[in-house]
Design a protein around this ligand. Structure first.
Ligand code: ADP
Length: 304
């Protein structure tokens, strides 16, 4: 409560609603109006809600092609940062394969709306999430073009994110309508680009980096996923997609190399069952935590 006053039957109440989402703030307003209107001598109640504006940052996670682990990285970065106390939300903008509700274990929850404003669902990992998959029927996404895509993306970005400090956006692969709307309208603080180590994937990743460069979005760095496979039977390490390609590509492109994540069956199995490896002390958690730490440092520096 910042101040209260009652003059000529008009009660004026100023309340600090910082950190409350829009629906919680509206409920607080209704409850105050209701309670104060019952006080003797009060004919009219005026409630003013004040809120410190949340300085929300946006990070996009992109890749040149699909299937390289962009969604897996998005989920685990979000979970790792949430474990560090950051209030994180994930926007699943991958219209071709929306998977965040599955990865964060919220697939069974229905998304709610208050008027036109969507209310993000809460995962058990302290990460909020909204997905394109909740707006469109499965299988229809491919037919979506420019304006519809832009509108849907805006609905996700402008949802009731409350006190969320960081939105991590899982972009579709490539350089299409979602990317353009995202870059032009929402001006991310930075982009993380994921690639597998082989040349073909790296050529595509380079194209994604070009797009971010053109839009003047700083590149946080490149991540190499599916590097080095440890055979659970014989213990030998093999590299189905090669190794080290992403690190040398990042040197050639002059962007930071954030780290590599091994190709591991546990990562796939845990992800498919909505248990992100970064959520608990699994052997692969530290790979994601290391990249998340660097992202945290980037965000701290970007805030100034
Ligand atoms: P993208 O978002 O780039 O299309 P996904 O994150 O959906 O890629 O990953 C594609 C598939 O590969 C998923 O089944 C995922 O569980 C699996 N996967 C991703 N990274 C790894 C990894 N490091 N080890 C094993 N499986 C992985």
């Amino acid at each position: 409560m910042r101040s209260t006053r009652c003059v000529d039957g008009i009660a004026t109440i100023v309340v600090d609603a910082s950190g409350l989402g829009r629906s919680a703030a509206a409920q607080l307003q209704r409850e105050l109006e209701d309670a104060v209107s019952r006080v003797d001598g009060v004919d009219e109640v005026r409630v003013a809600l004040m809120a410190d504006k949340v300085q929300r940052q946006i990070i996009v996670v992109g890749s040149g092609k699909g299937g390289v682990g962009k969604s897996t990285l998005t989920t685990n970065l979000a979970v790792a940062l949430a474990r560090e106390g950051v209030k994180v939300g994930v926007v699943d903008a991958d219209i071709y394969g929306p998977s965040q509700p599955l990865l964060l274990g919220t697939a069974g929850q229905k998304v709610r709306a208050e008027g036109q404003t969507l209310i993000p669902t809460e995962s058990e990992f302290g990460v909020k999430v909204l997905s394109m998959g909740q707006l469109i029927e499965p299988g229809k996404a491919i037919a979506w073009r420019g304006p519809m895509v832009g509108q849907a993306l805006s609905q996700l970005m402008d949802a009731d994110w409350g006190d969320t400090q960081l939105l991590i956006v899982d972009l579709p692969p490539g350089t299409g309508d979602v990317q353009l709307t995202m870059l032009q309208k929402f001006k991310p603080a930075g982009a993380v680009v994921v690639s597998t180590p082989q040349d073909l994937a790296l050529i595509d990743a380079t194209r994604a980096i070009d797009l971010f460069n053109q839009a003047k979005v700083p590149i946080v760095g490149l991540v190499e996923n599916m590097a080095g496979y440890l055979c659970p039977e014989c213990g030998a390490v093999s590299s189905p997609f090669g190794q080290g390609g992403t690190e040398s590509a990042s040197q050639a492109l002059g962007v930071p190399f954030l780290g590599r994540i091994p190709l591991a069956m546990e990562i796939r199995v845990a992800s498919d069952t909505g248990q992100p490896p970064a959520a608990s002390d699994t052997p692969h958690g530290p790979h994601f935590a290391g990249i998340a730490r660097q992202l945290g440092e980037f965000l701290g520096a970007a805030k100034g």
